[in-house]
Design a protein around this ligand. Structure first.
Ligand SMILES: Nc1nc2c(ncn2[C@@H]2O[C@H](COP(=O)(O)OP(=O)(O)OP(=O)(O)O)[C@@H](O)[C@H]2O)c(=O)[nH]1
Length: 313
């Protein structure tokens, strides 16, 4: 077959990649850096990504669809089990898996747990991505690269690549895209150009609210918060050049005693959550928003299958 001699003659490729890694490994931040806008929710708290958010990298030669999964972890609740199922299903479906390992932390039991699971997925190519390289010097980075190479040998994983990146410093992020693209099948674009994600807007809006609600809350709450957007409607009787979108959302907590923490003295915290998330939502949707937030108690929602379904898991 005649080999393509210039990039314009190279076949167009399109497909799916997902990033796996222990909580806080930097998967969401990397997704955002690749896509170039805030589509996945980042936070310095572990396990904030509950929904599969796809970011789409559009290039002339390829379309790379990124599926951002929750962190795989030892399940302790029904929610934990469901999240792990989501992760495994995703792994079986994608064209390439990126295993994110933070440069600033020694490989630990969490990484081994994931690597062992990865070793069981034979067909999908696996790229080891060393994240957060801006946090370490070159010696520590070299040691991490060697440790990852050895981990692969030990578990029988053949890394397609091992690549260091920094999403924050924008180092090697586009090189990562260059490495992933050849692993995708030849295909025309799967999504219309310009689409950044196919996640329903309501879920993204709910995630933005949840992210704001998590901020500043100490360790007592994070995993007890779920957000459901009940309604998103353009306000009637608005002039065409001054639209307003009404959003009604419920913030669910597990116990009545948590209400005070979320709402804050005289409602000050909830107000701040509303203001912060409204800014992000307006940036995402490109329209002014009126955000109406209510706090509700859904008793022990993490353990109750009926509640989980209602909350979208
Ligand atoms: N210095 C530095 N920090 C980073 C980098 N990438 C991510 N971080 C930080 O690491 C923390 C975790 O990043 P996330 O992208 O939320 O990690 P995640 O793997 O998606 O986490 P989960 O959603 O909990 O699974 C955040 O505080 C990020 O700001 C990086 O390249 N450099």
């Amino acid at each position: 077959m005649d080999r393509a001699s210039s990039p314009s003659q190279a076949p167009h490729r399109a497909g799916f990649a997902c990033f796996v890694g222990r909580p806080n490994a930097g998967k969401s931040t990397l997704t955002n850096a690749l896509v170039g806008t805030k589509v996945a929710i980042t936070s310095n708290r572990p396990q904030t990504t509950r929904h599969t958010v796809r970011g789409i990298v559009h290039r002339p030669d390829a379309q790379l669809v990124l599926v951002d999964t929750p962190g795989l972890h030892k399940p302790r609740t029904l929610l934990g089990e469901r999240l792990n199922d989501v992760v495994r299903t995703t792994w079986a479906e994608v064209d390439v898996i990126g295993f994110c390992l933070p440069a600033d932390q020694k490989l630990g039991p969490g990484d081994r747990y994931i690597a062992t699971e990865l070793a069981g997925i034979k067909k999908t190519p696996k790229v080891a991505i060393v994240t957060k390289t801006d946090l370490v010097d070159s010696k520590a980075l070299a040691e991490q690269l060697i440790a990852i190479h050895q981990l692969g040998e030990e578990l029988g994983i053949e890394w397609a690549e091992i690549i260091p990146v920094s999403a924050v410093g924008d180092k090697q992020v586009s090189l990562l895209a260059d490495l992933l693209v050849p692993m995708l099948p030849e295909s025309p674009p799967l999504y219309p150009e310009g689409d950044l994600t196919d996640e329903p807007e309501q879920i993204m809006v709910a995630e933005l609210i949840r992210e704001a609600a998590l901020e500043g809350v100490r360790d007592e709450l994070p995993h007890s918060i779920a957000v459901v957007v009940e309604e998103m409607l353009p306000r009637e009787d608005r002039p065409a050049n001054k639209p307003l979108l009404d959003i009604h959302a419920n913030v669910y907590i597990e116990r009545p005693s948590q209400k005070g923490i979320i709402i804050g003295p005289k409602g000050s915290r909830l107000k701040e959550v509303g203001m912060k998330s409204r800014k992000h939502i307006e940036a995402l949707l490109g329209t002014p928003v009126y955000l109406d937030l209510h706090v509700k108690v859904a008793k022990d929602w993490q353990r109750d299958p009926k509640q989980l379904r209602k909350l979208g898991f």
